[in-house]
Ligand binder design. Structure first.
Ligand code: MG
Length: 402
């Protein structure tokens, strides 16, 4: 039995990970779960999976959960609660939080020696060099859950790192693949959330519409696989059947294919190094018939090039780009800014950072968090938004604390 802890259990990846666990009760057991404010779903998960420890965003959530589940489980909240779940006994921690909030708990899990199933790509984007160093120092395996990185991970298996010549990330192109620049700039929240191929959370779906997601994935790949950015390509592939590819120095290209379903990369990570049976639709190439590939259009989707620029700009720059994007996407989802302002904000904040601190190196978590705070502030000024109440330090403690 593999013991699992899940950070972000009520989110899209967290719920799908638990569906894989539920289908394989003889293989996995759940020891700890962390969620945000979704008390109702977490209560169901507590009853179904019987973890020893759970955590929620704040004390009110923790009390509401206690009323629903009784005394069966230890309940904590806030950033301390997240860290407790991250370091709770488990063989594998599923890092499925969204955004910067996942960085500290994922590092805590690595320092506790847990292998990581990594869905929270911002962890590698913000602090890829640091996370790599810590994982190596603690003998921890990083198992990608992002579908593209899972594909590359699978295509790399059994091969030598020095034989790899290129990584090729595929990209569905998002809902605005064929839209004009003018139309993209005014896209609505509903249009941005209507992803043609993948069912995912709101933030990543908006990132897929700007192609910032693919930019973040290039940064993620650079650090996960230790391949320099100039050897990572992006190709638009609207069918989302080829999930990504690795080219070797003899010109052979290995790909991983399948119908788009996040349960597959989740199962690959959870079961590693084994494979488990999965009740999902099977790929029939005779029905797909055609696979198309295009070069991405950088003029209509400038966020992709921003990622490359950030990778050239030093270790802090990617954290800055990520933070600006989180602020801009949140403001767009709250209908405070137009879609086109997301890319403009990301570009402006990155440019300000590079003018001030190009080439800065990240030595510890505090450096990343300082860059993150600076960039959020800069993005909010850029967008003429007020001070973010959520930037306050999260309250922490146990639900029982008064
Ligand atoms: Mg992906």
């Amino acid at each position: 039995m593999k013991a699992l802890a899940i950070l972000g259990s009520t989110g899209s990846v967290g719920q799908q990970a638990l569906s894989v666990v539920a289908a394989n009760p003889e293989r996995f057991r759940v020891t700890a779960l962390a969620a945000g404010h979704n008390v109702a779903v977490l209560a169901e998960q507590v009853k179904r999976f019987e973890p020893e420890l759970v955590s929620l965003a704040d004390q009110a959530d923790a009390r509401a959960l206690r009323k629903r589940v009784g005394d069966a489980v230890e309940i904590r909240f806030g950033s301390d609660g997240l860290l407790a779940v991250a370091a709770h006994h488990a063989e594998l921690v599923v890092a499925a939080l969204v955004g910067a909030v996942g960085l500290a708990p994922t590092l805590a899990a690595i320092r506790a020696g847990r292998d990581i199933a990594l869905a929270n790509k911002e962890v590698m984007v913000m602090a890829g060099a640091l996370v790599r160093r810590e994982a190596e120092a603690h003998g921890v395996t990083l198992l990608p859950v992002d579908s593209e990185h899972s594909a590359i991970f699978q295509a790399l298996a059994g091969h030598r790192h020095e034989d790899v010549s290129r990584l090729i990330l595929t990209c569905s192109g998002g809902p605005f693949r064929e839209w004009s620049t003018e139309r993209i700039a005014q896209a609505s929240v509903e249009q941005a959330l209507d992803h043609p191929k993948w069912k995912m959370g709101a933030k990543i779906t908006v990132d897929s519409a700007t192609l910032m997601n693919k930019g973040l994935e290039v940064i993620e790949a650079r650090w996960l696989f230790d391949v320099p950015a100039d050897r990572i390509d992006v190709v638009v592939h609207p069918q989302s059947i080829v999930h990504s590819l690795v080219e070797y120095r003899d010109s052979s290209v290995l790909a991983q294919l399948g119908l788009p379903d996040m349960r597959v990369p989740i199962a690959v990570a959870l079961a590693h190094p084994e494979r488990i049976a999965l009740d999902v639709p099977r790929l029939d190439l005779t029905r797909v018939k055609q696979l198309d590939f295009y070069e991405p259009d950088h003029a209509r989707f400038p966020c992709l090039a921003l990622a490359a620029q950030a990778l050239r700009g030093g270790e802090e720059a990617a954290a800055v780009l990520n933070a600006a994007n989180e602020v801009a996407v949140a403001a767009f989802l709250e209908r405070l800014i137009p879609f086109g302002a997301i890319a403009d904000t990301n570009a402006a904040v990155l440019e300000s950072h590079l003018a001030l601190r190009r080439g800065a190196v990240v030595n510890e978590l505090a450096d990343v968090l300082a860059a993150d705070v600076w960039a959020r502030d800069c993005a909010r000024k850029q967008l003429a938004l007020g001070v973010d109440p959520r930037s306050d330090i999260m309250p922490s403690g146990r639900e029982e604390d008064r």
